[in-house]
Structures are given as structure tokens and as C-alpha cells.
Ligand binder design. Structure first.
Ligand code: DP6
Length: 330
């Protein structure tokens, strides 16, 4: 069997964060999460199974990978091979639309595209939920990049019940994520190690217990397009996650002075100037500034004045991971 397929996937930004696993092998999260796909911040991946290959091969942006990234991808292909009853190794070629080293997390779009392309190339025809669950095994947040628009990942009880579903299509709400890049350094502690440390913080338990309430509040604010309610819960949830990070052993301090400077401006623009704007921050110093598309221009100009013109990226709500090409020969 020779199968080849290509898929394109958007990265996503979480409004209610995933932080900590109940089962780290299966990446069953401690709590559910909600996110928006980011149009244009994409990974395109081609998987080609080939019985003549002796081992898997991986290239990212044209560069052959042999280290950690390769091992993680090859393990992910093992899940797909096991499901399809396939022995063949694969050649994987992946391209990111965004420059590497922008500090943007690419594991979500990477594992969502790898899953959808890999399963198609292996001749598997699976539901969106099943693809989302498989993507989760590679990187937790990747399960939310499989469905389109705004997605909710239900923590679930086991592999089959832990996947993400779309709660609203991309055109439901004209939001935009303006990413203020305050550092282009590669982060020192990656998410996988961070998740493993979450339980060392005494605050993680309360963060997790309270998560269903935050999910409800965020989902409702999203579905009713209530920006004030949305802003309050998104900022609160990001601060809860960073409080856990800062109080873990060892402590994870992702913010830089520039991070805090952008946060303070965002609060001022909203609370004193009445603009619809809020911030969220992942496992790094960059600030995701969420606003409405009507205010995109105004806020882009203000952010550019703070962090420099070349350091602001914009992403509107994106679609699901899509297969753009597939060919199976028996
Ligand atoms: C802070 O999905 O990158 O961005 O499962 O180990 O790959 P792994 O972790 P990952 O963690 C994402 C953490 C976060 C919050 C979020 O996206 O929900």
C-alpha cells in the first residue's frame, strides 16, 4: 500500500486554558478548554507512507529533523499505523505559514495536520471526533484545531470521550487576535514539561475545580457575543493559569516586563477608553490581544506603537483542518 495525503490546519488560541493532565500518556486534560482557530497561522503537512522506507522521515520548513520533534512525530505515526494495521514507514513534510521563532505555538496546527493527513494516507476514514481524539495524543491543544471556528474540548473520561467539537462557526463573531510578539526567543520550558509540573502548585486544584464554571461563562459569552463578559472570563482564566505556573516547582515565570506593559495598556483601553479589547497569554511572553474586527485597525496601530510594526500579527477565526489532497494506491 502506498498512500499520500496533505492537510492544512490552523493554530488556535485558548480562551479557557488547558493546563495539566489527569493522564499524561493519553493527554487526558485536568479540565476542559475553549479556543478559536487562527486563520492564516497554519501548518501544511504531507504524509506519504512508503513500504520501501526503512524509517520515518521528517522535514519542517525544508529542514530534516532528527531530534525530539522527529521522535514525537514518529510516535504519533505509530498510533495511526496501529489503527490502520499498517507497517509502512512514512515521509512527512511540514510547512508553517508563520516564521519559526516567533514564539507562536505550532504543536496544535502541526499535530492536527499530521493526524488528518496521516489518517487519510493510511486509508482510514474517521469521524471528526475520532480525528480530534487522535490529534490530542500528539499535542493536547491539537484536538481543538481539528474542528472549525470556536471549539470546546470536553475533558472526557478516556481516549474516545476526550475530543473537541465546534461550538460556533468562524463567522459567528467577528473577533480578531492581534498577537503582540514581545520576544522571539525559543521558550525555555515547553508546555509538555509545564503540564507535568502543574500539580506541584497548591493552586492547581482550585483552578481545576472551578473550571466547569469558567467554561460555562465563556461559552455563554461567546454564543451571545457579550464582549464584556467574554473579556472578564478570558483574562481571569489566563491569570489563573499563570498563577499556577508561577507557583509550580520549579516556578514558571513566562512574563517579561513588555508582557506586563501590553497587559496594562489593554486594561486601560478597555476600562478607561471603552474599547472592546482583552488579553490572554499562553506558555510564553507574547500577548494575544483579542478585539473586534471593527477595532482591528485602531488597536493594531496602538500595539505597533508599543512593540514595533513588525511584531504584530493578526488572525481572524479560522476553519477546520482540511484535507487538500489524497491518493491511495493498493
Ligand atoms: C498554555 O497542547 O502545547 O497553550 O499536549 O504537551 O503538546 P502538549 O501541550 P500543549 O499545551 C497548551 C497549553 C496552553 C493553553 C492552551 O492552549 O489551552
Amino acid at each position: 500500500m502506498m498512500g499520500r495525503a496533505t492537510a492544512v490546519s490552523c493554530a488556535n488560541i485558548a480562551f479557557i486554558k488547558y493546563w495539566g493532565n489527569r493522564d499524561s500518556r493519553l493527554r487526558l486534560p485536568a479540565n476542559g478548554s475553549i479556543s478559536m482557530n487562527m486563520a492564516g497561522i497554519e501548518t501544511t503537512t504531507t504524509v506519504a507512507f512508503d513500504e520501501n522506507l526503512e524509517r520515518d522521515e521528517l522535514a519542517i520548513n525544508g529542514e530534516t529533523q532528527r531530534g525530539e520533534a522527529f521522535v514525537r512525530v514518529s510516535r504519533h505515526l505509530d498510533h495511526i499505523r496501529a489503527l490502520a494495521g499498517l507497517g509502512a514507514r512514512a515521509n512527512v513534510a511540514s510547512q508553517n505559514s508563520f516564521a519559526m521563532g516567533t514564539g507562536l505555538a505550532s504543536s496544535a496546527s502541526a499535530f492536527a495536520a499530521l493526524t488528518v493527513a496521516g489518517c487519510a494516507a493510511a486509508g482510514l476514514s474517521l469521524s471528526e471526533a475520532a480525528l480530534s481524539a487522535i490529534a490530542r495524543l500528539g499535542s493536547g491543544s491539537a484536538c481543538r484545531s481539528v474542528p472549525g471556528g470556536f471549539a470546546e474540548w470536553c475533558a472526557g473520561k478516556d481516549h474516545d470521550t476526550s475530543y473537541a467539537e465546534s461550538i460556533a462557526p468562524p463567522d459567528h463573531w467577528g473577533l480578531v487576535d492581534l498577537i503582540a510578539i514581545v520576544s522571539r526567543e525559543h521558550k525555555q520550558v515547553g508546555s509538555t514539561a509545564g503540564h507535568a509540573a502543574a500539580d506541584t502548585s497548591p493552586l492547581q486544584k482550585s483552578r481545576v475545580v472551578d473550571a466547569p464554571k469558567r467554561i460555562e461563562t465563556c461559552r455563554k459569552a461567546l454564543l451571545t457575543r457579550d464582549f464584556d463578559a467574554f473579556a472578564a472570563i478570558v483574562e481571569h482564566d489566563a491569570l489563573m493559569m499563570h498563577a499556577v505556573m508561577m507557583t509550580s516547582q520549579p516556578p514558571l515565570l513566562y512574563w517579561s516586563p513588555d508582557t506586563l506593559n501590553v497587559m496594562r495598556h489593554v486594561i486601560d483601553w478597555r476600562e478607561r477608553q471603552g474599547l472592546p479589547v482583552c488579553y490572554t497569554i499562553d506558555a510564553g511572553p507574547n500577548v494575544h490581544v483579542i478585539t473586534t474586527q471593527e477595532r482591528q485597525e485602531t488597536l493594531t496601530a496602538r500595539l505597533e506603537a508599543l512593540v514595533g510594526g513588525e511584531n504584530v500579527l493578526a488572525a481572524r477565526p479560522g476553519g477546520p483542518t482540511r484535507l487538500i489532497d489524497a491518493e491511495i494506491r493498493h
